[in-house]
Design a protein around this ligand. Sequence first.
Ligand code: RIB
Ligand code: CA
Length: 316
Amino acid sequence: MQPRPVVLDVDPGIDDALAILLALASPEIELRAVTVTGGNCPLAEGVRNGLDVLALGGGAHVPLAAGVALPIIRPPFTAPETHGATGLGYAKLPPSPAAPIAEHGVDRLINEIMATPGEVTLVAVAPLTNVALAIRKEPRIVQAVREVIVMGGAVRADGNTTPLAEFNVYVDPHAAHVVLHSGIPQLTIIPWDITINVRITQTHVDRLLALGGPIPAFIAEAVRFYLEFHEAHFGFAACSINDPAALALAFLPDLAQTTPIYMDVEINSETTMGKTVGDFLHLTQRPPNVRLVTAFDNERFVELFLERMEKLTRNS
Ligand code: RIB
Ligand code: CA
């Protein structure tokens, strides 16, 4: 079967890094480009991290483009408490020989999608600033993109950044609003409701460490910080690998159960800013604009993730 062309929009970030490695480890994916925005860490660090993780996974040849640094309207908001000062926890990586391409990330998104209409799946696991501005700059991508898969929102769960809002949507709720109301025909949302439960533990990390090599060593040091954060903030001895779960939907959609639903996002009130709302009872009588993931095969995915990391390690 032909690999699925994917563009991955990230704010690397520990779980973004795992999503990049999973993309490189999955023959079902043709990783055409990585675009970066500010989020877990400032744009410059995210670009550095993205390049270094691509090189670690044997993907130094994959074009990486720096996108928009700051949210469209909201002030800058990063997550050093979650991803560490560098954005990759305790991990230290050798610098990649590659540099970001000269093309802006928004233009790369547009050009990748428009080059092969109907083929590219955009997996967006960061604040949606790049995606929203790409839509505004070239509205034709709405119909030309094959599917957009977004990790974001907290619909029937508490937020992870405010009591109501999930990080990616909270950082740039106006970008999320643009994307939700853009008319993208195939817009899949996997929210924090689901990904909080997609977890790896120290036992899983030890399984990878047993193989030795730089990839398990990186994962162990990045995840060590992430585990400490989740234990301290959420009280569980594991960490939620949100972004690789979103990426997997590009080639294993049957990991998820989805429901078509009308979804909106709060952009006016400071108290509820970034809250994503799902109209499960059709009370607004507005047509569905997203396919919301309502269930996910956590166990099957975690095993797949570990097997792919083992294979990437053995082949590197
Ligand atoms: O809320 C989790 C999401 O926000 C993940 O994509 C994480 O990397 C951060 O960007
Ligand atoms: Ca992310």
